[in-house]
Design a protein around this ligand. Structure first.
Ligand code: ADP
Ligand code: MG
Length: 477
């Protein structure tokens, strides 16, 4: 039996389908479920925040028109977003009126804590716009950056487990402060939020605050200007868990460092947890006072590395699943293969691919991914190097690149070495001697021999030929 909302949405879909390509329709409209129709408001359920934003950005006109056709000029549309439905038994939904887009871009509202209760003196909260009555600590945590959504790999295992330990026992582990560092886009901010969220989860009564160092700096400058520096310090000293992101922003800012030093000492002495992130290890941070640096080393400094291929694939899959989008495995693997710099770029490529598919009205295929990557990775005609070939071959056989340079006669390593030589001869301008030097310090005769062996095997061994074909694809994209 069809209910009214099914019928109305069904009618809308007919019109929408006529206005879109098959692929766009399938990607962006097929996953939508109508939920209810009340007071001329149709509520539709979308799989993710990303999905909602995409619809609002690209299809709002079409949606508005069709809804009004169906429901009359007063008809409205509301979205209900499944938040991480994959990971919780009870997906929580939020409602977003189409007319109120701004307010909805960040649905991750952590429970505010009322600090008035129990505290005798009112301390102005630098996060609150003056004029607002209540003083609240909004933890500033983004629900999307949870531990569930953080993929674990060799690249981040120490940082992740230390973070998790801290979240289970804030201030009580040896990891205080927990200092997380890495290059950009490798998950520091994500992990920092995850710790905060997990603390809130485990200990709802604890006051958690996430703040970007830049914001901290700005607030401090304001407090000096407004002559309420003490209040600023007191506010921060009330935290149970203080997470300060991108601490390198305060390098060279002596006064801000000075005030942070006092806050740090106070919190640390009281057994409160500090989590700090930075783009460099403490020893490499320039422009930071030695007394502050030495404190950064009191706890644990853990770094995040570039994820390996498997982890990159896992990250993409999780993201795609979360966003409720379908994509062939070969495309996912291809993206993970090509984008090796950091996770942010990887996600950027994914979004870019979905955009390409939708805007150019093409299905998400390997071919489309190739074209997109060509544009995405600026240096399209980049030269294929011996290192690059070795990396591809070794990744393919799951062996360490270093192994190629070892003396071992193990069959799989010998084979990987020979294949590296063969592809290097085929795709680079390097001489046999150079290739030999880079592939295990061999001479030119060994390289020549390797090339012949590979050519022979391609002709005689079917399985081997498949390896070579697959590798060839990966090397040439
Ligand atoms: P950083 O703060 O180190 O520059 P971010 O934490 O902002 O990096 O990470 C960039 C993007 O990559 C974010 O969208 C984040 O969710 C994602 N990301 C990074 N590492 C992981 C991981 N291990 N699992 C899932 N997503 C990740
Ligand atoms: Mg960050």
């Amino acid at each position: 039996m069809n209910e009214l909302h099914d019928e109305v949405w069904g009618n809308c879909l007919k019109v929408i389908r006529d206005n879109l390509t098959y692929q766009s329709f399938k990607t962006w409209f097929a996953p939508i479920k109508p939920i209810k129709l009340e007071n001329n408001v149709l509520t539709i359920q979308v799989p993710s925040q990303f999905f909602y934003e995409w619809l609002e950005e690209h299809y709002i006109t079409l949606l508005k028109k069709t809804i009004r056709n169906e429901l009359g000029p007063g008809g409205r549309l509301e979205y209900s977003i499944v938040m991480d439905g994959a990971f919780s038994n009870d997906p929580y939904t939020i409602k977003i009126p189409t007319s109120n887009r701004k307010a909805t871009t960040n649905p991750s509202v952590a429970m505010p804590i009322d600090l008035n209760s129990g505290s005798s003196k009112e301390i102005p909260n630098p996060f609150v716009i003056p004029g607002l009555k209540k003083i609240q600590v909004h933890s500033q945590l983004n629900e999307a950056y949870s531990f569930e959504n953080f993929v674990e790999g060799d690249c981040n295992r120490l940082a992740r487990s230390a973070g998790y330990a801290v979240a289970c026992n804030p201030g009580k582990t040896a990891f205080n402060p927990l200092f997380l560092y890495s290059a950009v886009g490798l998950g520091k901010t994500h992990l920092a939020h995850a710790i905060g969220l997990q603390v809130k989860n485990n200990f709802p009564e604890k006051t958690v605050l996430y703040v970007a160092a830049e914001q901290f700096l700005q607030q401090f400058i304001d407090s000096v200007r407004n002559n309420n520096q003490n209040d600023f310090v007191h506010f921060y000293q009330m935290m149970d868990v203080l997470i300060i992101d991108d601490i390198h922003f305060i390098s060279g800012k002596e006064k801000t460092q000075d005030v942070f030093f006092h806050i740090f000492n106070h919190l640390h002495q009281k057994g409160k947890q500090l989590v700090i992130t930075s783009d460099k290890a403490p020893v490499e941070l320039k422009g930071v006072e030695p007394r502050l640096l030495s404190r950064f080393k009191w706890g644990l400094a853990a770094d995040l590395q570039v994820p390996d291929l498997e982890t990159r694939i896992a990250i993409l899959k999780k993201r795609i699943y979360k966003d409720g989008i379908e994509m062939p495995d070969e495309v996912i693997e291809y993206l993970a293969y090509c984008i090796t710099t950091n996770v942010r770029e990887l996600e950027g490529a994914l979004i870019s691919l979905m955009a390409q598919s939708s805007l150019n009205k093409k299905a998400i295929t390997l071919e489309l991914a190739r074209q997109m990557i060509d544009k995405f990775v600026k240096n399209t005609t980049r030269e294929i190097s011996i290192d690059f070939i070795q990396k591809i071959v070794c990744d393919y056989f799951s062996i360490q690149v270093d192994a190629l340079n070892s003396k071992t006669r193990k069959r799989d390593i010998v084979q990987a070495r020979q294949l590296s030589m063969y592809f290097s001869k085929k795709h680079t301008k390097a001489s046999l001697a150079t290739i030999g030097l880079h592939c295990g310090n061999k001479d030119h005769a060994t390289v020549l021999h390797a090339c012949r062996t590979v050519t022979n095997l391609i002709e005689t061994d079917k399985q081997f030929r498949l390896y070579v074909e697959e590798l060839e694809k990966r090397i040439k994209f």
